[in-house]
Design a protein around this ligand. Structure first.
Ligand SMILES: *[C@@H]1O[C@H](CO)[C@@H](O)[C@H](O)[C@H]1NC(C)=O
Ligand SMILES: *[C@@H]1O[C@H](CO)[C@@H](O)[C@H](O)[C@H]1NC(C)=O
Ligand SMILES: *[C@@H]1O[C@H](CO)[C@@H](O)[C@H](O)[C@H]1NC(C)=O
Ligand SMILES: *[C@@H]1O[C@H](CO)[C@@H](O)[C@H](O)[C@H]1NC(C)=O
Ligand SMILES: *[C@@H]1O[C@H](CO)[C@@H](O)[C@H](O)[C@H]1NC(C)=O
Ligand SMILES: *[C@@H]1O[C@H](CO)[C@@H](O)[C@H](O)[C@H]1NC(C)=O
Ligand SMILES: *[C@@H]1O[C@H](CO)[C@@H](O)[C@H](O)[C@H]1NC(C)=O
Ligand SMILES: *[C@@H]1O[C@H](CO)[C@@H](O)[C@H](O)[C@H]1NC(C)=O
Ligand SMILES: *[C@@H]1O[C@H](CO)[C@@H](O)[C@H](O)[C@H]1NC(C)=O
Ligand SMILES: [Cu+2]
Length: 661
């Protein structure tokens, strides 16, 4: 039977991508506490072991995979409890996750079958999860050419075969330049904060060692305790930048030395459970690939409020989260001592905000709450279980409006949320976000509940709905479509060409060429407001504008220092007039865990402009400074300017940054 519908219903509204809006993009089946982009078409999702309705192999699922094209989700079996693990990419594009909680059953009670002498056999009969505290779980992402149900596409998770030396819950993972992963700290059994409590507890409930994957060598640190989910970035010199509580330190793990840097200003804590947003700002030719870290939000609760390890000693949900933002460059190029620099305040206070670096070099902050902190509990020090006003949540006031930060804009005008929709969904504790290849941002999860709670009277339920947020560049009518995108990038070495057809931009070819950036983004492995491994590097380029209006971009490989952008998977974007192409999946480096081959940067050919380029005013073919007036506004849009002017000097300077400090 043929149905006659009014014309309104014939307009295809599905997959409409309106700039500044949210769109529901499916049910994640498990709550998306952790996510990563596997290949270019699938996002892998992990929850804690809990009573999700979705079943796999006869038990509730806590793993799933979301397909970008169909927006359909499939459950995946994971053996061990992934609750608050850490994770990272490997050089070959695989991903690995570390640690988690013990085997738990309904209500997060410890498993019904316990083998105290054998953690790897500890198991719960209802949820059928094994102890995940020492787990190492590996996933080799399969693209659509493979049969997804085959074992090679599934999680490898077998504690009897592969596990860490120590129990690590809320550990941090950061890669070394050869692709080895350092797995750092973590709680032993969990708590609200790491604290010497009772005061004679020698290690504040935390694991004092760090270890490496895949070697599994385990080392003693000299820290008195590790903060859960410490904020850690590897620096260009190869040492680690470490920030926790209000302390900041450079950790040279090879020499086992600490070099203290200034404390975080205004007493704002950014690490879990204060959970400020943090990211390394784009490394660009214009900033000479310097590494600057930004922290925004978190909490400046007074010391007593953080409680006694078990739970907070105030009603956190009444305590406003911080608006404060700070930047720090751990290795200033001029050799000066690193200092925190006050940045523009967030538009509103946020705990559990999360930075997603966009292809155009701006940063989106999503998720989080106006008051309180991360974490959940059945009570706190002053409130009993039935008096918790926001259920089990230690935060309140979900912030559903994203905001965008332009690191190149003048101080005082870096933040904006103009035209952004407010999501009706609370994204509080255990929510996550990730950049997708279409340059939208996937936002999912939220579950400030000890076990699944979707009852009608819970304010912040276990959230299964995923949304896409469409950044402002979705207003463009045309997205660049490219030819010649590579699938691998090397550290230095021969340049390559990418062709932008005339149909991929509007306006003058010369202007478009001058206003193009080639950017490499690693979205990272996301949980708890962090994207472990998130990086952005703009490649140097020059260009030739052809008669037919097509633009050939002559593109340099990655900066030759693998410490800046460790080996492994990433997305390559071309951003023309501020509008990104779709991202292409690329592997940075050799694909193996080894000292990465590096080469000198190749010289790029001079720019060739066209006097009669499509729609263009006549322009000298040697005029390399055509767009110089816009320098300093957006790195992705204008960084080529610095490059074309100092093309021969830059390589030397960059190498000096890499090894000189
Ligand atoms: C990727 O590397 C890891 C670590 O070396 C290895 O265990 C895994 O099997 C590799 N994946 C593939 C598909 O070769
Ligand atoms: C611990 O449990 C694992 C998994 O069931 C088993 O393979 C292993 O033999 C056990 N080890 C000991 C010492 O009992
Ligand atoms: C953070 O450091 C301060 C100053 O050393 C200390 O008093 C406080 O207890 C620490 N906070 C936490 C949450 O450990
Ligand atoms: C980058 O290096 C160039 C060349 O040495 C120098 O002129 C420029 O000031 C540097 N830029 C920054 C942001 O440090
Ligand atoms: C924290 O304080 C509460 C209330 O006094 C107490 O029940 C709990 O055992 C304490 N936790 C620790 C680790 O001392
Ligand atoms: C869900 O949360 C509500 C509101 O806090 C509470 O009354 C209810 O008992 C919870 N249900 C479960 C299954 O925990
Ligand atoms: C957040 O805290 C402020 C200050 O205590 C309070 O006025 C406000 O009502 C709180 N917001 C929510 C959603 O509870
Ligand atoms: C970008 O990818 C989307 C699918 O996610 C596709 O519909 C679109 O056509 C692609 N655009 C270009 C310019 O390749
Ligand atoms: C990777 O680098 C670390 C630190 O320099 C070193 O300990 C390790 O042996 C290296 N691994 C490989 C496979 O080169
Ligand atoms: Cu958590």
């Amino acid at each position: 039977m043929k149905l006659l519908l009014p014309p309104l219903f014939l307009v295809p509204a599905a997959f409409a991508a309106t700039a500044g809006s949210f769109e529901n993009v499916g049910d994640t089946l498990v709550s998306a506490m952790m996510m990563f982009l596997g290949s270019n078409d699938k996002v892998y999702i992990m929850d804690k072991a809990e009573g999700n309705a979705a079943q796999v192999n006869g038990h509730p699922a806590w793993g799933s995979v979301w397909d970008m094209a169909t927006q359909q989700t499939t459950v995946m079996d994971i053996l061990t409890n992934t609750f608050c693990s850490s994770g990272l990419h490997l050089p070959n594009g695989s991903f690995v996750t570390f640690g988690g909680n013990g085997a738990i059953g309904p209500g997060a009670n410890l498993g019904s079958q316990r083998y105290p002498d054998n953690a790897s056999a500890s198991w719960d009969a209802t949820y059928q999860d094994f102890d995940g505290a020492k787990s190492i779980r590996l996933l080799n992402p399969c693209d659509s050419s493979k049969d997804f149900s085959s074992p090679e596409c599934q999680w490898f998770d077998n504690p009897a075969v592969l596990s860490m030396q120590a129990k690590r819950w809320y550990s941090t993972a950061e890669a070394l330049a050869n692709g080895t992963i350092a797995i750092i700290g973590g709680f032993i059994n969990g708590g609200y904060i790491a604290r010497h409590w009772p005061p004679d507890d020698p290690h504040a409930g935390t694991e004092l060692t760090y270890e490496f994957f895949p070697s599994l060598s385990c080392e003693n640190s000299f820290f008195s305790f590790w903060f859960p989910y410490s904020n850690i970035f590897r620096r260009s010199s190869g040492q680690m930048f470490l920030q926790a509580n209000i302390s900041t330190t450079i950790w040279n793990y090879e020499a086992n030395t600490l070099t203290p840097l200034p404390d975080m200003p205004h007493g704002v804590v950014r690490v879990y459970p204060a959970s400020g947003a943090l990211a390394m700002l784009p490394m660009t030719p214009a900033n000479n690939y310097s590494q600057t870290i930004i922290f925004c939000g978190g909490s400046d609760m007074p010391d007593n409020a953080w409680g006694n390890f078990s739970y907070p000693w105030i009603n956190t949900w009444d305590y406003p989260a911080s608006k404060d933002c700070q930047r720090i460059t751990p290795e200033p190029a001029d050799g000066s001592s690193p200092q925190y620099v006050q940045d523009d305040d967030l538009l509103e206070g946020r705990t559990m905000g999360q930075f997603i670096i966009l292809p155009d070099g701006k940063l989106l902050v999503v998720n989080g709450g106006l008051n309180g902190t991360a974490g959940f509990g059945q009570r706190n020090f002053v409130t009993t279980e039935d008096e918790m006003p926001f259920g089990q949540s230690y935060a309140s006031g979900p912030v559903g409006t994203p905001a965008i930060y332009d690191p190149e804009a003048p101080v005082g005008s870096r933040w904006s949320n103009a035209g952004f929709e407010t999501s009706p969904l609370a994204r509080l504790y255990h929510s996550s976000a990730l950049l997708l290849p279409d340059a939208s941002v996937l936002v999912a999860g939220s579950n400030p509940n000890v076990d699944v709670n979707i009852s009608s009277n819970v304010l912040y339920p276990t959230q299964y709905t995923a949304e896409k947020f469409y950044p402002p560049y979705f207003a463009a009518s045309t997205r660049p479509a490219l030819a010649g995108m590579p699938s691998k990038l090397t550290y230095g070495g021969p340049s390559f060409d990418i062709t932008v057809p005339a149909s991929s931009y509007s306006g003058s070819g010369n202007d478009a060429a001058a206003n193009t950036a080639i950017t490499v983004i690693r979205g990272g492995w996301t949980t708890h407001g962090m994207n472990m491994g998130q990086r952005y590097m703009q490649l140097k380029n020059t260009y030739t504008v052809n008669e037919d209006g097509s633009i050939v971009l002559h593109v340099a490989q990655m900066h030759p220092n693998p410490n800046l952008f460790q080996p492994g998977p990433a997305m390559l974007f071309v951003v023309v007039n501020g509008v990104p192409s779709n991202g292409t999946h690329v592997i940075i480096g050799s694909g193996a865990i080894e000292q990465q081959p590096t080469a000198a940067e190749a010289a790029l050919p001079d720019n060739v402009l066209l006097s009669s380029a499509k729609g263009s005013a006549p322009s000298s073919s040697t005029d390399n400074t055509a767009a110089g007036g816009s320098q300093g506004h957006s790195s992705a849009r204008t960084a080529h300017v610095a490059l074309t002017a100092v093309i021969s000097a830059v390589g030397v300077t960059l190498l000096a940054v890499g090894v000189g400090l």
